[in-house]
Design a protein around this ligand. Structure first.
Ligand code: SF4
Ligand code: SF4
Length: 67
């Protein structure tokens, strides 16, 4: 099953990945990350196709996709 990992140190909470995911697998965290932003969070692993659109759109290279 594909999986993504969000690097909370790199993530600036821009929400581009949540909009880009065609399966709505990513939501924003409701708690601050280590850098004071609300980081993106992988919320629906069962729906992820591993398409990597989230990683491609992230301006901070904070997402890695594992297939
Ligand atoms: S790899 Fe594709 S389906 Fe999975 S979280 Fe990223 S954009 Fe969504
Ligand atoms: S696109 Fe990147 S920086 Fe923006 S919220 Fe998603 S993981 Fe964070």
């Amino acid at each position: 099953m594909p999986e993504i990992k969000v690097d909370e140190v790199r993530c600036k909470g821009c929400e581009l990945c949540t909009a880009a995911c065609p399966k709505q697998c990513i939501v924003m965290s409701e708690t601050f990350g280590v850098t004071g932003y609300y980081p993106a969070k992988f919320s629906k692993p069962e729906a992820c196709t591993g398409c990597a659109l989230c990683a491609q759109i992230c301006p901070d290279l904070a997402i890695e996709v594992y297939k």
